[in-house]
Write a protein that binds this ligand. Structure first.
Ligand code: TMP
Ligand code: ZN
Length: 372
């Protein structure tokens, strides 16, 4: 029975014993009463990356080919899934694709009304999903399968991997595979039991051969980083004695930030200079710090903008530094009426347009540039 030589994430060979369970049978393989095979069960911590894991890897075929865990058996699980699908569906339509790895009996995918694809190696469980007309590949997920899907143009807007990461012996292959089937703006949603809850609640009985890893945030950040992925959000959940839900995306590309900033600048300058040339009067709304940065970066000053208004009494009568723009009470808009109002405090654009709804001219919002 293969025993690991090093940490399942970082390969560090120095693993510290947390709890030795002695020899254990495969506890999910219910049998007819015969003497089962047993395997060592030892929980260890990698002090380098923080991953808690067991040292033995029972071949997955022994654990998952015939499986007695049907996710739909739990009403809690169904409601939990339905709620998540409702939330994620807001950003999906009929052109989207949702892939779930370890889709079990379709307990989650059944709630989507956009195209879905399940991947589930336990044939008896997958059968249930297929009977419910949920397209399901009866296979273990791997880099090879991911490459095959990718080559067929099968790329997902959402990839679900719930309560499966802890089961996976080849963590790096699995995570690389998820990256391969994810669209550039796609979202991976992962749920894993949270190590903190296991330790705090002394839930030592949730350790068995199916669960190779016991996750906390630090090792997960490292794992995803190694594959060009990053955690963009996370939640703690009550399910399964305490879980983590991670939202993961392709790593942010900072490479073209200058080009993108300059695109905002060019578009804004083009518009304002054109309006000015047409003889339009333009004022700015909200003497916010970011407004100063925007105008400075774009090279727009009192040549283009007549004045600024802001509802903050302490700002009125002052000047925006380096721009030669004096700040007035918003009442000024009625006295010296402009044709356009450039909203610098764009974070409050809706509130400002609501407040100044009497204004007949155009509101310009700088990024993305639009006239309302
Ligand atoms: P901030 O984005 O840094 O919070 O700055 C917003 C600025 O906009 C602040 O100076 C207050 C001003 N403001 C108005 O003048 N009118 C408004 O209705 C709102 C919401 C903000
Ligand atoms: Zn490690």
């Amino acid at each position: 029975m293969p025993e690991i030589n090093g940490c399942r994430i970082c390969n560090s060979e120095e693993l510290h014993l947390v709890l030795d369970y002695g020899m254990m049978p495969l506890v999910n393989n219910l049998n007819d009463g015969e003497e089962p095979e047993t395997y060592p069960l030892k929980l260890v911590l990698c002090p380098d990356c923080g991953l808690v894991q067991i040292t033995e890897t029972v071949p997955p075929e022994k654990l998952f080919s015939e499986y007695y865990y049907f996710s739909s058996q739990s009403q809690t699980m169904l409601e939990h899934s339905k709620k998540l699908v409702k939330e994620l569906s807001k950003n999906l339509d009929k052109y989207s694709l949702v892939i779930e790895i370890a889709s079990n009996d379709g307990y989650l995918l059944q709630y989507y009304d956009v195209p879905v694809l399940g991947i589930e190696p336990a044939s008896n469980v997958a059968e249930v999903a297929i009977k419910k007309a949920i397209p399901t590949l009866v296979e273990f997920f791997s880099v090879d399968l991911a490459n095959e899907l990718r080559s067929q143009g099968v790329l997902a807007d959402v990839v679900h991997a719930h309560n499966v990461l802890a089961h996976v012996a080849d963590l790096h292959g699995f995570v690389e595979g998820m990256k391969l089937i994810l669209k550039p703006e796609g979202l991976i949603v992962i749920e894993v039991p949270y190590l903190r809850n296991l330790i705090d609640g002394c839930e030592f009985d949730t350790v068995y051969h199916e669960h190779l890893c016991y996750f906390s945030i630090r090792p997960l950040v490292k794992l995803f980083k190694l594959h060009g992925l990053e955690i963009v959000d996370l939640q703690t959940l009550k399910i399964h004695g305490g879980s983590l839900r991670l939202y993961v995306k392709h790593e942010t590309d900072y490479g073209n930030f200058t080009e993108r900033a300059d695109e905002v600048k060019d578009k804004l300058r083009e518009l304002l200079f054109r309006l000015k040339k047409e003889g339009k009067r333009i004022v700015a709304y909200g003497a916010a710090a970011k407004g100063n940065v925007l105008l400075k970066y774009c090279g727009i000053d009192s040549e283009i903008i007549d004045y600024v208004v802001d509802s903050t009494p302490a700002k009125q009568g002052k000047y925006m530094p380096g721009l030669g723009l004096r700040i007035y009470h918003p009442e000024k808009l009625k006295e010296v009426k402009p044709d356009y109002i450039l909203i610098l405090a764009w974070n409050f654009a809706d509130e400002i347009m609501e407040k100044e709804s009497w204004f007949g001219g155009g509101f310009i919002i700088p990024n993305p540039l639009r006239i309302c």
